[in-house]
Design a protein around this ligand. Structure first.
Ligand SMILES: Cc1cc2nc3c(=O)[nH]c(=O)nc-3n(C[C@H](O)[C@H](O)[C@H](O)COP(=O)(O)O)c2cc1C
Length: 298
């Protein structure tokens, strides 16, 4: 009898915090601008995440949610600061759990990246420093001088730190399995998540692996462009691999990677579709095994 081929390291199970994953293909946090103007996640977002949770035992890192209205500054991005947000996120976490998968939430404050015109009247345009954004990638409309943020005061920084803690508790209420945020000296972090510059090649953050290992490290950055690179990185380093563009366009990505099924290329013009509930370029990407849409195991 032939010896079964062992599964690649990318498909070896791993424990992250309290959850047991069946493989190491992770959905990278990816802003998609599908929430209401008030930052309430829309029902189509539950379908989107449920699709990407369709292989049981998958870890999704949901798109970031604002810690407070004043920490925002893009319309149609979600929040997690009030009950309406919590209720809407609960629909999403329930849908993911129903598939046997897990979801963490990224939480953030936009700082100098905010559109000043999207801040509520009276909310200050603040950041860590009075420094303008050097890469205004999302700016549109006629050219105008850059907006200069005010540096936050120490009491404001303390207030934001407290808000991060409060909304982390909201995320737990909303059913998330964990929260992704930047913190110093935090021994109970479930994992570290780094974006590696593909031009440097995997390993640009090896110094972090040396400090953090053998605890779980999620690496993102360019793995969507080179199918073999994720397999290689996990064989060599034991990481988890987060995919954004490949997971956006392939809701069954873990299954496709394992079974060597060609990947669909996504439509970049639909990544950011402000307030849209149109499935096009969002929830209409095909499953390879359409008949197995409900349960595809790896
Ligand atoms: C549409 C889109 C939105 C993204 N939004 C975020 C975000 O809100 N937070 C974040 O940490 N990274 C964000 N990223 C970066 C991804 O998480 C990921 O690190 C990066 O795209 C590299 O992965 P890839 O090569 O698989 O696309 C975004 C990427 C894309 C394509």
């Amino acid at each position: 009898m032939a010896t079964p081929t062992p599964k690649p390291a990318l498909f070896q199970p791993i424990q992250i915090g309290d959850v047991q994953l069946r493989h190491r293909v992770v959905l990278a946090p990816s802003t998609r601008f599908r929430s209401s103007e008030a930052g309430v996640p829309s029902p189509i977002m539950a379908e989107y995440y449920a699709q990407r949770a369709s292989v049981p035992g998958t870890l999704l890192i949901a798109e970031p949610a604002f810690i407070a209205q004043k920490a925002g500054g893009y319309k149609h991005l979600p929040g997690i600061w009030d009950e309406e947000h919590i209720r809407a996120w609960k629909q999403i976490t329930d849908a993911v759990h129903a598939k046997g998968s897990f979801v963490f939430l990224q939480i953030w404050a936009l700082g100098r990246c905010a559109y000043v015109e999207h801040l509520a009247p009276g909310d200050p345009f603040v950041s860590s420093l009075a420094k303008v954004l050097t890469t205004p990638i999302h700016r549109s409309g006629p050219p105008r001088p850059p907006d200069v943020p005010r540096a936050m005061t120490v009491p404001e920084i303390r207030e934001y730190a407290q808000l991060f803690g409060e909304v982390a508790a909201n995320a737990v209420k909303a059913g998330f399995d964990g929260v992704e945020q930047l913190r110093e000296r935090h021994p109970d972090l479930a994992y570290l998540h780094v974006i590696e510059d593909p031009s440097v090649g995997a390993g640009g953050h090896d110094f972090i692996r040396e400090i953090w290992g053998p605890r779980p490290l999620i690496s993102a950055g360019g793995y969507s462009d080179d199918r073999e690179s994720g397999f290689r990185a996990v064989e060599e380093k034991g990481d988890l691999i987060a995919y954004s563009r490949a997971f956006i366009a392939n809701p069954d990505l873990p299954c496709r990677l394992l079974h060597d099924i060609p990947l669909t290329k996504g439509d970049g013009s639909k990544y950011y579709t402000y307030g849209s509930t149109d499935p096009a370029g969002y929830t209409d990407y095909a499953f390879h095994f359409a008949s197995l849409k409900r349960e595809v195991t790896v």
